[in-house]
Design a protein around this ligand. Structure first.
Ligand SMILES: *Cc1c(COP(=O)(O)O)cnc(C)c1O
Length: 643
């Protein structure tokens, strides 16, 4: 008997779920925003609620703000725990780097809850700085300015120095002159940070962010030169922070240890020249997306507490050795704060390349190739499957030859194809039973697996799956008390062959297939893609003009959960506007053109065109099943009659 526990094992839910996801007795995925089983959300209850709602359609992106809160608690808690354990003589402040998720609602949740820990923000461009300034960060929270900085960026950062705890980080040596020049002109004493290049490099995918050839950061001689420059201007007190960032998703703890030892040493030496207040250790804290707990690119071979311990310990030890005072430790863990809080729910809307079409009964005048395929299908078993599979390949080729020569018709060709696929499926099953891993049967298994079409865009919702082949757990949301009997892969609704989930969580390399349940007539099959909260929201693009998904934000309180916020996804109109198609007069222009092209177009036909244009323009960009359910009928509100 298949049990829910078997499903949890199969899909690795507890390996990658980090306590935030599990399966209940009904076989449904549950979400535990506080890692507390008594306060959970049954994904299927939520889906029912969304199905009932008139204005929501799948795909829907779910956000759980309480998961952001829990992550902030855990990360800060780990650092404070390490500080206590090692009797570190300094404190810790967390920072959220905006490029990880610039969505206003997300940042608002983070800074509201994180205020108790003085959580700050890190920005890398003018626009991010403008966004950050609009959010009312408390004055004791840091606002760190990174990235390439032009005159406007620098002057903006300097102009708000007295009302925000801004630190301008010198990422490139040339910026130092500009900062000092504008600050002097504006009569402001700047607060400056210095990003240093470490010799220690990251590992894994973003290895180029660190090391001597990194894009940002000062070399040792540049750092010394900057300090000399500040001393000459009597501005050494302006140097508040030493910063480094060796890249995102650092999967191997040894890399972090090496970087910390080097950075702490740089801090200690520099601290003897200037009263530097902060040591900012950047981001890089990894998320174990595939749950394998290894140093492979979508994983991590260390825990959060181990990370915090290593950071605090290295600084403590080196400051003691060098006899300098301990800095306030700042870390910019973006991925680790944001990744868990968002997931996408979509429906499977069909199968592609369905090869199990109906077989017609045998007829006496069947050509010889069909007879042969029939025999192969009947006789194939565990001892002879290789042979019969090879024979079937031969018969299929003969069948096509015969068709091309005009000897058999379409009916026979169809029948032969179906039989061939039946042999293939049986052979693949037998190969699986005998654990036959030969290349030939690997290929065959790939060939016979089904492609399930998911109503979503991989490019919009999971861009890193495409761009950097990162694994994001993708699993069914229900029927976990049933043994999955099919193997498949998920493809999205873009017309791009790259729009396919190619790796599934399960082992360190990722599995090539997903075990799935047989689709039932008249019953929806819901799937989720998890851990989408970091980097996916704004990296996503509009491939095929599929826009952002509707969002539903969910909170749990006591035994209940409720939807605390809905954010409308893009309509077709919004997408057209975004790409410079004027939609204001769109309908009139199209209608004018219709009249021009067809002199005697009748009124009914025109009305039909108008109504349909109207309806499609204000609709969701995805495959919809509630054609009249628009998020909010804006046209109707304005009194325009509706299709
Ligand atoms: C991108 C970035 C981060 C965030 O890194 P994560 O790996 O997501 O924690 C932190 N600091 C800087 C300077 C960055 O550029």
């Amino acid at each position: 008997m298949w049990k829910v526990e078997d499903s949890i094992d199969l899909y690795g839910v507890e390996n990658w779920g980090n306590g935030y996801f599990s399966v209940n007795d009904k076989g449904n995925i549950i979400i535990l925003p506080n890692k507390d089983r008594s306060r959970s959300v049954d994904a299927m209850d939520l889906i029912k609620e969304i199905e009932k709602s008139k204005d929501l359609e799948f795909p829907v992106l779910l956000r759980f703000p309480q998961m952001l809160e829990d992550r902030i608690d855990e990360i800060t808690g780990s650092f404070l725990g390490a500080i206590e354990e090692f009797s570190y003589k300094g404190t810790y402040q967390p920072i959220f780097p905006m490029k990880v998720n610039q969505r206003k609602e997300v940042i608002e949740y983070i800074i509201k809850y994180g205020a108790q820990y003085k959580i700050g923000l890190e920005v890398g461009t003018k626009a991010e700085l403008l966004a950050a300034l609009s959010l009312g960060l408390p004055k004791d929270a840091l606002l760190i300015c990174n990235g390439y900085k032009d005159e406007d960026y620098l002057r903006l950062a300097l102009s708000v120095h007295s009302v925000n705890n801004i630190v301008i980080v010198v990422d490139l040596f040339e910026e130092a002159n500009d900062i000092l020049k504008y600050a002097e002109e504006m009569g402001i004493t700047p607060r400056i940070g210095m990003r240093v290049k470490l010799f220690a490099r990251g590992s894994g995918r973003w290895v180029e962010s660190g090391g001597e050839s990194a894009k940002f950061g000062l070399s040792t001689s540049e750092a010394l030169e900057l300090m000399k420059m500040l001393r000459e201007k009597g501005l050494l007190d302006s140097l508040k922070m030493i910063h480094f960032h060796i890249g995102s998703q650092i999967t191997d703890i040894r890399t972090i240890k090496n970087a910390m030892n080097e950075a702490a040493r740089i801090y200690a030496k520099a601290r003897k020249m200037a009263e530097i207040e902060y040591l900012n250790v950047g981001g890089g804290l990894s998320v174990d997306y595939n749950g394998s707990n290894t140093a492979t690119p979508s994983s991590a071979n260390y825990s959060l507490q181990e990370y915090a311990n290593d950071v605090v310990y290295a600084i403590q030890k080196i400051c003691e050795e060098e006899e300098v005072s301990c800095p306030t430790i700042v870390s910019e863990s973006g991925r680790a704060i944001a990744a868990y809080h968002a997931m996408l729910i979509f429906k499977v809307i069909g199968k592609k390349n369905a090869k199990d079409s109906l077989l017609k009964s045998r007829e006496t005048e069947d050509p010889i190739q069909i007879e042969d395929l029939c025999c192969a299908f009947k006789e194939i078993d565990i001892d002879n499957y290789k042979e019969h599979y090879h024979d079937a390949l031969q018969y299929r080729d003969e069948l096509y030859d015969s068709f091309i020569l005009g000897n058999i018709g379409l009916e026979e060709r169809a029948k032969g194809e179906t039989l061939f696929w039946m042999v293939c499926k049986k052979a693949a099953l037998l190969a699986k039973q005998t654990e036959d891993d030969s290349e030939e049967f690997q290929e065959l298994k790939k060939l016979v697996s089904q492609k399930y079409i998911g109503n979503f865009s991989l490019f919009q919702s999971v861009p890193d799956m495409w761009g950097v082949e990162q694994i994001f757990p993708t699993i069914p949301l229900h029927r976990h008390n049933e043994m999955p009997s099919e193997r498949g892969r998920i493809v999205d609704i873009t017309c791009d062959s790259d729009g396919e989930v190619k790796r599934y969580a399960g082992d360190s390399e990722g599995l090539e297939y997903l075990e799935m349940h047989t689709l039932m007539e008249g019953e929806d099959y819901y799937m989720g893609i998890f851990l989408l909260g970091a980097y996916q929201d704004t990296l996503g693009d509009f491939h095929n003009l599929l826009g952002s998904a509707h969002e539903v934000h969910v909170m749990v309180e006591g035994d209940n959960w409720y939807i605390c916020q809905k954010v409308e996804g893009d309509t077709c109109r919004k997408l057209l506007d975004f790409f410079n198609y004027e939609t204001k007069d769109y309908i009139w222009e199209i209608m004018d053109r219709c009249v021009e092209k067809k002199q005697c177009i009748d009124k009914k036909e025109l009305e039909q065109i108008e109504a349909q244009l109207n309806r499609t323009l204000k609709g969701y960009t995805y495959f919809i099943t509630k054609p009249n359910g628009h998020f909010k009928d804006k046209e109707l509100e304005q009194g325009v009659p509706h299709g």
